[in-house]
Design a protein around this ligand. Sequence first.
Ligand SMILES: [Zn+2]
Length: 173
Amino acid sequence: MMGHTHWVIGAASWLGVLAFTPVYHNGATVFGGTAIAAVSALCADIDTKNSMASKALGPITGALSYLIRTLFGGHRKITHSILGIILVAAGVYALTTGFHWPVWIGVAALTGWASHIGSDMLTREGCPLLWPISKKKYGLHLVTTGKRAEKYLIRPSALIACIVFSVMLVRGL
Ligand SMILES: [Zn+2]
């Protein structure tokens, strides 16, 4: 899916986690966590040249994108796999414990990344969940990236979910 869809779904996913679980929420977890999940949801597409993640910091993210594409064989490989999720989990664990950051920061980042894989699994391309063991791409193959169903159904639905979850959270604060 496209970057704008991913960040909205990442935000909706984190707001949903806060709204439907007993995770403690305050201004920091709501606003900070939503921002972290939204950015994290974009990061999985660092493995493609023209993504928002690859262009975010100009030559820095461009070089990182090139490195990942070259090392792992292109788009929708390691960053869209279970191995990728495990590595992200290890990375955020190291960061949160190393810098004594609150656990929710890591959970928000993981939620955003997982939402990316989940939403890409709605597309025709699917995701290679078992990469590098298997190249098989798993998914529901329901929509084509960048086409009408994504722009006029999925993205607006995620935006509505953000609003509904936010209202639930404000009422509960
Ligand atoms: Zn993707």
